[in-house]
Structures are given as structure tokens and as C-alpha cells.
Design a protein around this ligand. Sequence first.
Ligand code: PMP
Ligand code: GLU
Length: 394
Amino acid sequence: MQISNRMDLLQPSPTIAITNLGRRLKEEGNDVISLSAGEPDFNTPKKVIEAAHEAALNGQTKYSATPGILPLREAIKDKMKRDNNLDYSVDEIFVGAGAKQVLFNIFFAILNPGDEVIIPSPYWVSYGDQVKFAEGVPVIAETTSETDYKLTPEILDQYVTDKTKALVLNSPNNPTGAVYSKEELQRLADYLDETDIIIVSDEIYEVLVYEGAHYSIAQMSEKMKQNTIVVNGVSKSYAMTGWRIGFACGDKELIKAMSKLQSQSVSNVTTPAQYAALKAYELDNSYLKEYNETFKKRRDHAYSQLQKLPYIKCAKPNGAFYLFPDVSELVEKCNFESVDQFTEQLLKEQYVALVPGSAFGIPSNLRFSYALSEEKFSEAIERIQTFVNKYLNK
Ligand code: PMP
Ligand code: GLU
């Protein structure tokens, strides 16, 4: 069969590909430790699962409103007011099949062919491909470890042209774990206030900030609120990656356009899953507090474990559940040609799965996810030490 040329614009998601490979090796009987998965290891809260079950038994098994069931959009409205001090009406809220599909709808709804979208690197793997698929042009704005891989107005200014339509911001960040402070966002907002650039603010790791607080650029000024589309969801905050519920808040006309696209694609997100998400937003705060504390402990543990590896450089991240060290010196001393090759051989010999930095636009680095038990993380580091010692002494 002849596949469309359009499909050549996409590559398979590298994070999903490596996670699937690790899963397959495990199913074949190998003792794989996956530090590649960007998902919490524990189960969805019981009350949330029960709510989906109950909704289904009560007949919530039919098509539902295209942009999401009203009670869920109302719960999101309350959440945005409570946690972010942002006021949205329910027709400024859209529910999609995970933050990933929400982003997909956003890019299709805002981009004309040739429109440029600035994506700071390192970046999460799907932004660029989604932009290309929507006939936009991803413009990668390079950041460095000097600014903790965060975008500044000075860096941004080098990439803005009269074709710039949008900017993607992601805080807390995947893959670096960096969190933008209020001051850093305010400086970006002061620059962006003078433009009509749409800001796509991916805040999916909002609840995983360990020191200080999470801020959205939409909070920085009235203009920023108007020009920003906030993306968030329950995947990372309530261990609900498989339920596929994400949302966006922003301009009414944009939400309408995204809903039009939804009406011709998935119609609506799985109805009982929306009731599950509704329950998640109704849980009392102790759930998120404990969740955050667990991950903070894991962050401290993972960061100290990482110090056992020689020749690496890593800033201590303040959010999400990733470490993103520069491993180029280590890889060179082990006589590998690239971090990609090192990562591949490590998986083959020691069954430790990691995502190389090339997937995120920084080939010198390696992403470690610590969304798994401390014991498993320590064991993975031991295996990497064995692997590294073998190649250092060769
Ligand atoms: N944005 C970022 C930065 C992510 O890491 C992920 C992880 N999958 C997503 C969006 C997509 O989230 P979801 O699982 O809700 O589609
Ligand atoms: N966001 C996660 C990751 O980066 C999950 C996989 C994906 O959706 O790409 O690993």
C-alpha cells in the first residue's frame, strides 16, 4: 500500500519507542530496569478508578460533549482559579485525549503553512513533529547549561522573525527538570507583551515542583493571559497516563477551533475516563502533598546516586522526575562514538533503558527518569557502574 508523503514528516516518538523496546525485552524474560519511561510507577488512586466504574454502571457510556463533560470543565475552571489564580469560563476550556493530543489540536488550530514556532532546546520529543505535521516550521532556540537550559528574552530575541506565530514553554521541564521562577517568567512576559506571539505553555508537571512554587506565564499580565494557551492534565499529577485525559485553557475562538477538529476526529474523550479525571480533581490536597514528597525524596536519592558515575555534569533539578546530565566526557572515555551508541550498548549488556539526549536536541546528555522505586534506581546505577568500569578499563 502507498503511504502518504505527509507521514514522512513524522518520526516515531523516541521516548515511546525506547519504553516499548524495554517492555518487549522484559516480556521476553530479561530483567530490564527502565529509566526511560516518563510515567509514575504507582497505580491511579482507588477512588478515581471507582468513579470511572460507577460512571460506567450509571450509564455514562455514551458519546459526551465534544470539548469535555461540563462537570469536568467546571472542575478544571476551579482548579485553575485555586492553584493558578487564573479565571477561565467553561467555554475557554478543552478536554482532549492526554496533553499530547491537546497539543496536536492546538498546533493544527493555530498554524498556517510556513508559520514558525519557537521551541527551546532541550525540548520534549513531540513538539517539533507535531508542528511539522501541521505544516508549521519548528525553530529550535538553543539554550545552554549556563542558564540551566532555560529560555531568556535575550536568547528568544535571536529567533523571533515576522513569521513567528507561537512559542512553546515547558515548566517544569522535560527532560531537564528545570523550573522557571516567577522572575524569569516575568522577564519573558515583558518581552512577549510587545508581540502577538501565542504562547503554548505546557504545565503537565505542575505538581512536581520541589522548592518554591509553580507559576504560569499566563499569570504575568493580562496580555499574557490572552495570548497563552495553558496545557495541563492528570497524566503526571494523578498517575493517570493510561486514561488519556489532558486539557487546555485559553482564548474562546481557539478552543472552538480545537473542538471543531475534535468533532471530526475522536468526537470526545472516553466518557468514563472523564469522570475519573473529575474525581481526581475532587481529591483532597493530601494526595498531591504525599505525591510531591515521594518524588522529592526520589529526586534527592537519584541525584546523590548519580554522583557515583565519573565524568558527568548535572545540575540538581527542581521539578518533574528527570535528571539530564551531560555525559559526553564519560562516553568519550569509554570509547563510544556517541551517547546514542553508549545507551544502546548499555541496554543490550545490562538491560538498563535510558533515552539519549539526541531525542531532546542535546546529543551530549542522557535522560534518567526517577519515576520508579529508590531500590530500582540504585540497582540501575550499580549496573551502569559495572558497564562503565568495563569500558573504562578496556
Ligand atoms: N508534555 C510533556 C512535557 C510530557 O512530558 C508529556 C508526557 N507524555 C506530555 C506533554 C504528554 O502528556 P499526556 O500523557 O497527558 O499526553
Ligand atoms: N512524556 C513521557 C516521556 O517523555 C512519556 C512518553 C511520551 O509521551 O513521549 O517519556
